[in-house]
Design a protein around this ligand. Sequence first.
Ligand code: PMP
Length: 358
Amino acid sequence: MRKINFSAGPSTLPLEILQKAQNELVDYEGKGYSIMEISHRTKIFEEVHFGAMQKAKELYGLGDDYEVLFLQGGASLQFAMIPMNLNLGGVCEYANTGIWTKKAIKEAQILGIDVKVVASSEDKNFSYIPEVKFSDNADYAYICSNNTIYGTQYKEYPKTKAPLIVDASSDFFSRKVDFSNIAIFYGGVQKNAGISGLSCVFIRKDMLERSQSKNIPSMLKFSVHAENQSLFNTPPTFAIYMFNLEMAWLLNQGGLDKINEKNTQKAKLLYDTIDSSEGFYKGHAKSDSRSLMNVSFNISKSSDLESIFVKEAEEAGMIGLKGHRLLGGIRASIYNAITLDQVKTLCEFMKEFAKKHA
Ligand code: PMP
């Protein structure tokens, strides 16, 4: 029996995608071989590759002014590629809202770039999204859309004149986004849109001009990947195949507005359970910064109860609930593939647990 999987990433996938992949694993569309066993230069793979790109753009409603890149090295490589390709020798500004922005800041600093942190929520253990104001003339302005560990999320992105860079790894393809000032929107796809091994980067074409002028190795250069339609070298073909299935699944669900509706319902149910527990459960994020994707919380009475919670939840068929090692406590990641019924099951378990240990 499949478990209800609240893992933060890699995370649960829609069952129908897994089953389709299983059906096609040995013999892809009656061809007599697997999609993993053929060249990325074949028409068959190209259909998957370009089909995935086209669907990804369709979901966000993007036109010709953006390029989609399929890259490797996880979201973490983007922490370095972005400053490498986009800095103009001026100041690169960051809003520090968690470990993943700290890591991004560090990579830019390693490169010797002039980094300015314009806002931070580190004073309160990253439990809120701070007010963020970027300079108009920054080389770029960098945020992380959803902070996976702390369970905070921007409701709206800061308005900027500087090109806005968004790490959307943990709320990728979960809601529509206003792209009017976005220059790069990127993430590893293993949480909300596929499996590990693939990063998807939406890049506005004027940023490619910045990249072109840089003297950096080819594999690290956005413009090289764009010119080669992300086929400069052998791409992670199976991860792209899975991503393509995921894109089709999202379109079938009715697109990102529909998915967002479901995600909002799921999160409300879980936060209501925390809020109505008479203080038994305590959410980490301030209520106006709460994430629809990762719900991090503690059991007020004692942290010992948290390990019992995780253990008993596992016995009840629910996995992946242990909080990140940096924050402790409990975290339920309720990405696109988690259903409302699965969240209901967790909420029922939480109510019973609180009653038993009150
Ligand atoms: N950004 C965010 C918001 C993340 O949650 C993560 C991974 N959990 C990363 C970046 C790093 O991703 P990767 O492991 O793909 O390098």
